[in-house]
Design a protein around this ligand. Structure first.
Ligand SMILES: [Fe+2]
Length: 280
């Protein structure tokens, strides 16, 4: 397998989706890197894994998980971690990311990324689980900020403070989803630029961009649209503060032709190049 390292991941990449395999493998379009949803490839064989390995032969890749349930009170699923570890061994991703969320309770999986209260108790709980998962996998994880629609009574810190403490206690990195930050900020009345300024800048290794849906009283993070103008503006602010962090176009519902995703990645690439020129 071609050995791509962490340094191979730069510029604007695209989330790998099943409906694009044929085109990617057939014409090998110029895409800086792909991110695959790890949970789709945890079997020991079959066509999905074969296609993933074929794509990986030609492109740098990262893995993004949705099933670790880091915020749950259920024990960490050791069989899941072993399967993920085997996939990491096969694919050799530049890094692996997961969400600051929980998806399971009492052994039942909810298929939704649910929010946590930002309290001292939750911080200790999640930090312990991140450390346990990192030890099991033998690598540091990137933890992604959620999009949220509620806040809990009795919270003791802001989301950026919570993430900062996780970085300090576990050595994990951060995946900043700028769309999630914007959606949560609008839903809760936060200042989205201040939110980004408050994050642990040196820990941010990757950015996600996606599209939301505007409802009457709230924004809903569907990942089913082009990136909206205010999210591009917030992204410009983010890379001004953080530098040209590798950026992924994430699209999960109503997936469009690959050409549309490449067009969005091209816009992100232009932002990154302008930022690099300013730095030079
Ligand atoms: Fe994301």
């Amino acid at each position: 397998m071609t050995r791509f390292t962490r340094k191979s991941i730069e510029g604007a990449g695209i989330g790998l989706r099943t409906c694009h395999y044929r085109e990617i493998l057939g014409s090998r379009p110029p895409v800086a890197w792909f991110e695959a949803v790890a949970d789709n490839y945890l079997g020991d064989g079959g066509m999905p894994l074969l296609h993933l390995e074929q794509v990986r032969e030609h492109y740098p890749m990262t893995l993004h998980g949705v099933g670790m349930s880091l915020g749950s009170t259920d024990p960490l699923d050791q069989a899941y971690l072993r399967r993920l570890g085997r996939l990491i061994g096969r694919i050799e991703p530049a890094w692996v990311s997961e969400h600051l969320a929980w998806i399971s309770v009492g052994g039942s999986y909810l298929h939704e990324l649910l929010p946590l209260p930002y309290t001292q108790e939750a911080l200790e709980h999640v930090a312990g689980r991140i450390s346990e998962a990192q030890d099991a996998l033998g690598l540091p994880l990137l933890i992604e900020n959620p999009s949220s629609y509620l806040v809990f009574r009795g919270e003791q810190m802001s989301e950026p403070e919570f993430l900062r403490e996780l970085v300090r206690r576990t050595g994990c990195g951060i995946l900043l989803d700028v769309n999630n930050a914007y959606v949560s900020a609008m839903n809760h009345g936060w200042d989205p630029s201040a939110y980004i300024n408050d994050l642990p800048a040196t820990a941010i290794r990757e950015i996600h961009l996606a599209g939301y849906e505007a409802h009457e009283n709230y924004l809903f993070d569907t990942h089913g649209h082009r990136v909206h103008p205010p999210v591009w503006d917030l992204y410009a602010h983010a890379i001004e503060v953080l530098g040209p962090v590798p950026t992924l176009i994430e699209w999960d519902t109503d997936i469009p032709p690959l050409e549309t995703l490449r067009d969005e990645a091209g816009k992100a690439q232009q932002h990154l190049e302008r930022r690099r020129r300013r730095a030079a």
